[in-house]
Each structure stands twice: as C-alpha cells, then as structure tokens.
Design a protein around this ligand. Structure first.
Ligand code: SF4
Ligand code: ZN
Length: 420
C-alpha cells in the first residue's frame, strides 16, 4: 500500500504558487552554484537493497555554519530511487522535477539543472528554521507523491563538503550525464517519425510550447527527446505529448503541419506557426528558463550566444538578464531565441540561417564547456580552427572590437549571405 504524503515537514510554505518567486541578492542568505560554487543534482536508479526509504543525509556544513550574514557553499543533491518498475530512462525525467519541487518551497529559488544548478535560500526562510535537510524532505515526499507508481523507496543525500562535491561530480554525476547524451547522439530528426511537445513551463509562460526533437532538446536543457518520450510513457496524459510528424512543409526552415497544429492548440491560438530550424521567421517561443539566448549582431552578420551564468555585457549592449526580459514570456521574437546549451552544436542549430558558422561571440566559460564539440563541428564544416574564430569577452564586449577580431581571423559569417 502506498501512502500519499500530503504534509511535508518543513518550516516554510510549499506550493506551486511559489515557483515564480525570485530570491534577490539582498534577500538572500545562502547561495549554491550559479557560477559561484559547484552545484549539481542527480537522480539515480538503485537496487531495492541499496536504498533506505526516507533516509535523508546532509554531508558537510549546513547553512547555519555560514555566520550571521550567510554566504555560499558547494552543493550536490543525490536522489536515489528504487522500485520494481523504475527504469534508468526515467532518471532524467525525475531529475528535472527537482527544479520544480525545490522552487515550490517558499523562500527558495532553483534555476538550471545537472551541474549548472543554482539555488538560493532567503533570509526569511533561514530565520524560519529552514535547513538543507528540508530540501531532502521535499524531494522525498514529492518524488513518492508524483512517481509512486515507479518509486518504492527514495533516499536523499545532500553534500556541501567541497572535496566530495567535486569528487562525486567527476566520478558519478558527469559520467551519467555523458552516458545519457551519448544515447541521444545517434538519433537524428529524420530518423524518427515522432516529435514531442512539452508544456511543463506553461505554469509561468502560459502560451509557451517547446517542440522537442532528437536534435533539438528543450530550451531548459533538461528535456531531451528521450526524456520527453519517457515522460509520456510515465504519464500518457502528462506534459509531454507525441507529435506524429506527417507532412513536412519546409525541410530547411523546419516547418511541419503537425507542429503548427499542436502549437496553435496548446498555445490557445497565441502562436500558430513555428519553424524549428530558424530564428528569423516564426522561431520557437521562449519561456523563461532557457540556458542560453542567441541573438543577431547586425554588425557581424551573425549571432552572439550568451548563457545564464554570464553576468557581464554582450556586444548587443545588453546583459543576459536584459535579453531574457525581451525574449522570454512565451512569445516569438524573430532574431532572438532561448535555447539549450547542447543545441548549439546540433546540426539543426540555425540550420536555415547558415548554421553554427553564424556564431561570432560567446562567453569564454560557455565556449570552453563546448570546446571539444565546437572543434569537431568546425572540422565537419571544413573550418579547421573555427573554435578560435569565436570571439569572447576577452576579445571585447563592444561591436567594434568584436568585428575587428572577426575580420582579423577571417570569420566565415562576415562573407555569408546577409541575415536579413
Ligand atoms: Fe519543457 Fe521546454 Fe519547459 Fe524544458 S523549457 S521544461 S522542454 S517546456
Ligand atoms: Zn521553461
């Protein structure tokens, strides 16, 4: 018999209504990740014998050791799930829910996923007695509540010990993330007959519909085509629904009758046409949780990409936050689009607009994180040193120094067809 947990033993409120709540710097007591410390999260399938139900363990200093003004700590959240019906394919689906469940806590903010997670705990939550073990209580209760049909036992380990957070990231979490990505790598949009729509973000962007394909993951970076498929298998009436591709209207722009129909239906008529391979004409809408934004830089005849963790200026004269406020909210903004990090090196990225060759600038951290794939894709495009041709903040954040650099290195975008 499964017991439905309704009361979660934490000293602050818990409700989906708290999802949109931000914890600003001056209200913040503790911070994890967000480019300031290492923070990651992982859901793992384990054997029944390896999981002690409702065990919640905190390894390392809790937030009350930070002193009266608070501070930052590294963080690892590991949720171990055991159950007769549990499958490895379900791990990333459950892992994405960490984002929602943690955001439902009053005074706690969660952004990102995997090893780019970012968590803030407010002063008022801290003063109310909120501690790290309460994140464990929430995840324990909600995982059983929403995935009771597959999870028989759940245990949560929360680590703030720097050495262990780093060690387990390299030994346990990253190999898992990489294995998941590798399973997807062999699939192309052409090789499947079904795409998926995802509506998980409609709670705060009511007209937003993500179209998820093998070569284009959701813009949060956390929902791949395999994840959408598993979500549908777990819950056939849930947020991810299959779209049988059917007739293609335009293979280059990525236009399908079936996609337009689905988007029109699920956006309640707000958007009636979406081309999934271009940012110039009817691009996909952006909710608010995109990992990156790409946007046209007219002076360079290309696009820049900026990731959420980068706090500086971009050559468009806007920061990530400023770009996000004009791009997000579930509307189409031609020339600008939110997207996942992994999408950048997909062959379908800007496919109708000239592809990866259009990318002229991105923050150094993002560039480094994608280095191997950028080099590989550069070679595929016949440009041996494409990686080195992409400008970053060290080259400059004003259009003139970026264009000067692009000219010097002979960046391909400068001689491509005009974007407009
Ligand atoms: Fe789903 Fe898209 Fe939201 Fe990701 S960004 S959870 S794919 S709707
Ligand atoms: Zn979203």
């Amino acid at each position: 018999i499964k017991i439905k947990i309704t009361e979660i033993p934490i000293p602050v409120g818990f409700a989906p209504a708290f999802e949109g709540e931000r914890v600003r710097k001056d209200e913040m007591f503790a911070e994890f990740g967000g480019g300031r410390t290492t923070a990651w999260e992982l859901v793992r399938k384990r054997d029944l014998s390896e999981v002690e139900d409702h065990k919640i363990e905190v390894i390392g200093p809790d937030i009350d050791t930070l002193g009266p003004d608070g501070g930052k700590l590294p963080l690892a959240i590991i949720v171990d799930v055991a159950g007769k019906n549990m499958e490895e394919d379900f791990e990333p689906v459950m892992e994405r829910r960490i984002h929602y469940f943690v955001n439902y806590i009053e005074g706690v903010m969660h952004i990102g996923q995997r090893d780019i997670a970012w968590v803030r705990i407010s002063k008022s939550a801290y003063e109310a007695g909120f501690r790290l073990k309460h994140i464990g209580e929430v995840l324990y209760a909600k995982m059983l509540d929403e995935f009771g049909n597959i999870a028989d036992k759940v245990q949560v380990t929360i680590i703030t010990d720097k050495e262990q957070v780093e060690k387990l990231l390299n030994e346990v979490a990253r190999p898992k993330y990489e294995a998941r990505d590798a399973r997807l790598a062999g699939l192309t949009d052409e090789s499947v007959d079904t795409f998926y729509s995802c509506l998980l973000c409609q709670s705060f962007a009511p007209a937003h519909v993500c179209i998820v394909t093998p070569e284009r993951l959701g813009l949060c970076g956390a929902v791949s085509w395999l994840d959408a498929k598993a979500t549908y298998e777990l819950n056939p009436t849930g947020p991810c629904q299959p779209i049988v591709k059917g007739e293609c209207l335009d293979e280059v722009k990525g236009s399908w009758e079936s996609i337009n129909k689905r988007v029109a239906e699920q956006s309640h008529g707000a958007t009636t046409k979406v081309n999934i391979y271009t940012i110039m004409e009817d691009p996909m809408t952006s909710c608010g949780c995109f990992e990156c934004i790409c946007g046209i830089m007219p002076e360079a005849n290309g696009v820049i990409i900026v990731n959420r963790e980068y706090h500086g200026m971009t050559p468009l004269g806007m920061t990530f936050g400023e770009l996000a406020s004009t791009t997000g909210g579930g509307v189409q903004t031609p020339g600008f689009m939110g997207h996942g990090r992994q999408f950048i090196t997909s062959k379908k990225f800007l496919y109708a607009d000239g592809g990866l060759k259009r990318v002229v600038w991105m923050p150094k951290e993002l560039k480094e994180a994608l280095k191997d794939k950028l080099i590989e894709r550069g070679k595929e495009m016949g440009i041996e040193n494409f990686y080195d041709m992409i400008a970053d903040e060290e080259v400059g954040t004003d259009p003139d120094s970026v264009v000067e650099f692009l000219t010097k290195v002979g960046h391909p975008a400068l001689s491509m067809d005009p974007m407009f």
